[in-house]
Ligand binder design. Structure first.
Ligand code: C2E
Ligand code: MG
Ligand code: MG
Ligand code: MG
Length: 292
């Protein structure tokens, strides 16, 4: 009968959550081990001038390769790390690795490349970001303007004033701030006006639909106008086709990143990629470079 069926469902549900809990605990242990054994890597996706394909920066993206399992996407383990308190340590690791990469790059004497680093809302809550950045800027020869911190609108959801204060402290050091996945959160125009933000990153969902869907193109147009009105820089995320790239330039967005140009790659591969991008004549759009 219905009650029995209901009871049965509850039993299954409980079993499933137990299995999920176990899987989570296993993954949490594996993540701890990965952190201890320095198994997390930082890869870099080039950011390009959409008109020429020249590299104008790079976004650092954390990578976890679990032996015997394969690559675990950050969309899976970052939320886990946020829940189990490992995100602070991961945040420190990514900042340290990004500074190490920039320091190595500067030692070659080549023109410097700005690097963007993603920061979780939980890291802002802990108020440790500015302090960590201050340490790293002191102990490395990296000019602050080469560092950009990427936050999403969710960073302002719990403690908006606290997050704004922390980012203001970061920005006061000369580090830049980008608002990631812009348009997918709940940021109102009046909030946006108050945020200490230098760059708006147009979310991939709008870019991927802008050619076929009128409303997505209108949103992209609006974000570009908004950035102009507020004096913010713009970067389009997830540029996958030449049509998207051309349309973005026509609408007034001249910086972007996406698989049309390159996926995230290890730092030594990025260095070679940049060399090549500079030796290419301007005007030629590079695409589908060999992947790492
Ligand atoms: P995000 O910061 O918006 O990063 C962009 C994501 O889109 C990256 O996925 C990137 O590999 C992917 N992507 C770039 N170009 C294209 C494209 O043309 N097409 C498609 N389909 N995807 C593209 P990834 O590396 O899996 O990272 C996912 C999210 O995980 C990031 O979104 C970011 O929110 C978070 N994340 C990554 N690394 C870190 C980190 O070091 N710390 C923190 N807190 N979060 C990170
Ligand atoms: Mg990002
Ligand atoms: Mg993004
Ligand atoms: Mg995005």
């Amino acid at each position: 009968d219905a009650r029995r069926a209901g009871h049965h469902r509850v039993a299954i549900h409980t079993e499933e959550s137990a299995a999920r809990r176990l899987a989570r605990q296993t993954q949490e242990r594996a993540l701890r081990k990965a952190i201890e054994s320095n198994a997390l890597a930082l890869h870099f996706q080039p950011k390009v001038d959409l008109r020429t394909g020249a590299v104008i920066g790079a976004e650092a993206l954390v990578r976890w390769h679990l032996e015997g399992t394969g690559d675990i996407p950050p969309a899976q383990f970052i939320p886990l790390a946020e829940e189990c308190g490992l995100i602070q340590r991961i945040g420190e690791i990514t900042l340290e690795k990004a500074f190490a990469a920039l320091t190595a790059w500067m030692a070659t004497g080549r023109p410097p490349v700005p690097v963007s680093i993603n920061v979780s809302a939980v890291q802002l809550d802990g108020r440790l970001l500015a302090a960590k950045l201050r340490d790293l800027l002191r102990s490395n020869m990296v000019p602050p303007e080469l560092i950009e911190i990427e936050v999403t609108e969710t960073a302002f959801a719990h403690d908006m004033e606290g997050a704004i204060a922390e980012l203001q402290a970061v920005r006061a050091m000369g580090v830049r701030i980008a608002l990631d996945d812009f348009g997918t959160g709940y940021a109102t125009l009046s909030l946006l006006q108050r945020l200490p933000v230098d760059t708006l990153k147009i979310d991939r969902s709008f870019v991927s639909e802008m050619i076929d869907t009128r409303s997505s193109e209108e949103i992209v147009r609006m974000v570009i106008a908004l950035a102009r009105a507020l004096g913010k820089d713009l970067v389009a995320e997830g540029v996958e086709t030449v049509e998207q790239s051309r349309r973005l330039v026509e609408l007034g967005c001249e910086a972007g990143q996406g698989w049309l140009y390159a996926r995230a790659m290890p730092f030594d591969v990025l260095m070679a990629f940049i060399e090549k991008s500079h030796s290419t004549e301007p005007g030629r759009v590079q695409s589908n470079m060999p992947l790492a």
